[in-house]
Write a protein that binds this ligand. Structure first.
Ligand code: ZN
Ligand code: FE
Ligand code: FE
Ligand code: ZN
Length: 263
């Protein structure tokens, strides 16, 4: 019995399905609970892959519809919040707008460069992979330290298109792990990376090994943008978590965390 805490809705303009379809897939898989964590709105127009803030009430309606369809299965209400420079005030504002169960903090932007957007992947040519990684992990660390998030999303998503510096990448992972551990934040093992160019879940096994050794709490999530993606390749993710040394996962409710055994 496992939860899936990273699922999107069509409000973000690049996902499809109905609340009932996501719930039906979760029930089919026997998931213990689910949580929607759609891309966070911004105070004004920012890009074309998130709901405008005026649509937050529609998001709450989506959650209500999912809860009505889910019966006894808990449906958590969350957001995948973008970490951008000087965005703290807005995140605090958002955090106060609803009884969120958890907030996922994700880095998708380095400055105004949306590095995980296929339309912007030529951006890796300049500043280059090493510099992109350096800047990414700096942002990841500041997000973890902000205290605004419960879970750090897809920890090494900077590798999405296969851009990885030479050599042992633990030089990037170690400071990030230290910051996450010190901040007391959880991470996710996000299975979606397996279906991107890099063909590997986020984070890499080396990162996960270090995270387990540092006692960082873990969730396993699909990042579903369609009903059939809910709970995708979770047996493989459980095996990776086990191999890293994990024996438990965490659950969230009302921004409080509890632990359950890893199946
Ligand atoms: Zn998305
Ligand atoms: Fe994301
Ligand atoms: Fe996502
Ligand atoms: Zn995501």
């Amino acid at each position: 019995m496992i939860a899936d805490y990273h699922m999107h809705t069509p409000l973000c303009r690049h996902a499809r399905g109905t609340a009932e379809e996501y719930v039906a897939r979760a029930r089919e898989l026997g998931l213990a609970e689910i949580g929607f964590s759609d891309h966070s709105p911004m105070p004004q127009y920012f890009d074309d892959w998130r709901m405008p803030v005026e649509e937050l009430p529609l998001y709450f309606e989506w959650i209500e519809a999912a809860r009505a369809a889910a019966g006894a299965m808990p449906v958590r209400m969350a957001l995948e919040v973008d970490w951008i420079e000087s965005g703290e005030r807005w995140i605090e504002d958002l955090a106060a707008r609803a009884p969120w169960d958890y907030l996922i903090g994700s880095v998708h932007y380095i400055g105004r460069w949306n590095f995980d957007n296929p339309a912007e992947k030529q951006g890796f040519r300049h500043p280059g992979t090493e510099e992109a990684w350096t800047q990414y992990w700096k942002l990841f660390i500041s997000a973890a330290r902000s205290g605004l998030f419960d879970i750090m999303g897809h920890p090494d998503i900077i590798k999405k298109f296969g851009h990885r510096p030479e050599g042992d990448l633990r030089r990037y992972y170690e400071p990030a792990i230290a910051a996450v551990a010190e901040a007391g934040v959880a991470i996710e093992l996000n299975t979606a990376g397996l279906f991107k160019d890099v063909q590997e879940m986020y984070p890499a096994q080396d990162f996960l090994n270090l995270a387990a050794a540092a006692g960082i709490p873990l969730t396993i999530n699909s990042d579903a943008h369609a009903p059939e993606e809910v709970g995708r390749v979770f047996p493989e993710a459980i095996a990776l978590a086990r191999a890293a040394g994990y024996t438990s996962l965490v659950r969230f409710a009302g921004r409080g965390r509890s632990s359950v055994p890893l199946p």
